[in-house]
Design a protein around this ligand. Structure first.
Ligand code: ADP
Length: 266
């Protein structure tokens, strides 16, 4: 813990005195440290693709100038690196937007089965390319929750995208919905969206840190898959804004489950 100590002379009935004030500034120091870590992380994440880009530009201006084969190869790599930067900047903007709105509770009625269906349709090509089967397991009946439709869409997108990305060929990703009027009717106070995959899973010791910015279970794999390390941090902030809860379960070799529990009423 850290304290700010200030000292002041005071006049008392019995004579002069000294007033010592101790102010607990632990949280301020922690917030400052987190901000510094975040800036350091962002700089590092941006610098890596930037260094690669500059290196390839130099090679293209020099040794590879006349080599059409090398030029095509390098341009493809440069495109990948630039896309990585674009995704990172996009995720940083999403994060700051969500943070800015975190105190304002969303109220627009959003039909969950409709939203899930449209996200799954949108991700069908990605899943097909990855050799992953998407299994929607929810009825068509309308079920509305007060929400921010774009943000809720981003939550489901991030979770299903991760499940597809990390599970790999032959795996399946199931999206379930439980709530009033739905089977299984798990809870009355809220609705649960569960994204479950049959992927590699991870050691549950990672769970408490998984929603931290830039925390990755496997750094190399995340980068290889084009991950920014911000997806679950964004999910967490959006779920908080909806006064919901995020529950994560995983078992190495069996798969993972990411559940979002949302209140039914504002
Ligand atoms: P990233 O951009 O790296 O995917 P996220 O914040 O979305 O960042 O996820 C953080 C980390 O959690 C990932 O790097 C990955 O290691 C792990 N992860 C997330 N979803 C899954 C999943 N469905 N299966 C296995 N690991 C996952």
């Amino acid at each position: 813990a850290s304290f700010d100590v200030s000292c002041r002379a005071v006049k008392l009935e019995s004579g002069a005195g000294v007033l010592l004030c101790f102010q607990d500034v632990t949280h301020l120091e922690q917030a400052g440290q987190m901000r510094r870590d975040f800036v350091a992380n962002v700089s590092h994440e941006l610098r890596t693709p930037l260094t690669a880009l500059l290196g390839f530009i130099e090679t293209l201006q020099g040794p590879a100038r006349e080599d059409a084969g090398a030029r095509d190869r390098f341009l493809t790599i440069m495109q990948t690196e630039a896309t990585r930067m674009e995704r990172l900047v996009g995720d940083l903007l999403s994060l700051s937007r969500v943070e800015a709105e975190e105190r304002v509770r969303p109220t627009e009625p959003v039909d969950l089965p409709g939203l899930l269906r449209s996200v799954l349709n949108g991700l069908a090509p990605l899943a097909a390319e990855a050799g992953v089967t998407l299994r929607p397991e929810f009825p068509e009946t309308r079920l509305e929750v007060p929400a921010d439709p774009d943000q809720l869409r981003q939550v489901v997108m991030n979770l299903v995208e991760n499940a597809v990305k990390y599970s790999g060929r032959g795996a399946s990703v199931t999206v379930r919905l439980s709530g009033p009027g739905y089977q299984p009717r798990l809870r009355v106070e809220g609705v649960e969206i569960a994204v479950t995959d049959t992927g590699p899973g991870f050691d549950p010791m990672h769970i408490p840190r998984l929603t931290e910015r830039f925390y990755r279970v496997d750094n190399h794999r995340s980068r290889e898959m084009g991950g920014t390390g911000l997806g679950l941090a964004i999910v967490k902030h959006i779920v908080n804004r909806h006064r919901g809860r995020l529950r994560i379960e995983s078992e190495p070799g069996r798969g993972s489950s990411f559940c979002v529990i949302l209140p039914l009423r504002a």
